[in-house]
Design a protein around this ligand. Structure first.
Ligand code: GAR
Length: 209
């Protein structure tokens, strides 16, 4: 008899409202750990008192906070974040609205298995204001990108993208909400496929087995 595949361990990093985290929590709860292929073993943040952490606590998932300002140097924060994540022995780490750029130590440990979701069609509009920048540019379509993190800002290999039309009456918040509807579904689908099937990265191409 073939052995049951072991569910992958996910650590999710958040900085804000955590609706993408919630979508992952809901998918695991609805489908079951075995069928989804992964469980969330911890949620980390770079700040306390955010809805993202409250969502994890309500779901009974361990949380940790690692604040840049509690460290003398950015590299020390980065190493501490990597250590806090490592304590939960993740197979995949997901940045779901985590608004910090990680450093060398973190990438040395989690490069190639650190997934980020970004609210624009990369390589256009990287950075902290992807929605605002796309709107200001006047694009007619934008969307979201799920990608692996490398040592640039939103430059890593792309796993999947979702497209959203820009409407004449859009402001940043209305457009971001429509992007997030697509983004939550995409993130759930991509993380599940990575967990169940495994992947390899060939240059800029991500191949999910
Ligand atoms: C998401 O739209 C995510 O793409 C974005 O923050 C939002 C978090 O929403 N991330 C970035 O802009 C990173 N550059 P959530 O907290 O409700 O999941």
């Amino acid at each position: 008899m073939a052995a049951e595949p072991v569910a992958k361990r996910l650590v999710v990093l958040v900085s804000g409202s955590g609706t993408n985290l919630q979508a992952l929590l809901d998918a695991v709860a609805a489908e079951g750990v075995a069928a989804y292929g992964a469980r969330i073993v911890a949620v980390g943040a770079d700040r306390g008192d955010i809805e993202g952490l409250a969502r994890a606590e309500r779901a009974g998932i361990p949380t940790f906070v690692c604040r840049v300002k509690d460290f003398a140097a950015r590299e020390e924060w980065d190493a501490a974040l990597a250590e806090a994540v490592a304590a939960h022995e993740p197979d995949l780490v997901v940045s779901a609205g985590f608004m910090k750029v990680v450093g060398k130590e973190f990438l040395a440990r989690y490069g190639g298995r650190f997934v980020n979701t970004h609210p624009a069609l990369l390589p256009s509009f990287p950075g902290a204001h992807g929605v605002r920048d796309a709107l200001a540019y006047g694009v007619k379509v934008t969307g979201c990108t799920v990608h692996f993190v490398d040592d640039g800002v939103d430059t890593g290999p792309i796993i999947a993208q979702g497209v959203v039309e820009v409407r004449d009456e859009d402001d940043e918040s209305a457009l971001h909400e429509r992007i997030k509807e697509v983004e939550r579904r995409l993130l759930v689908e991509v993380v599940g496929r990575l967990a169940r099937n495994g992947h390899r990265i060939e240059g800029r191409k991500v191949v999910i087995q």
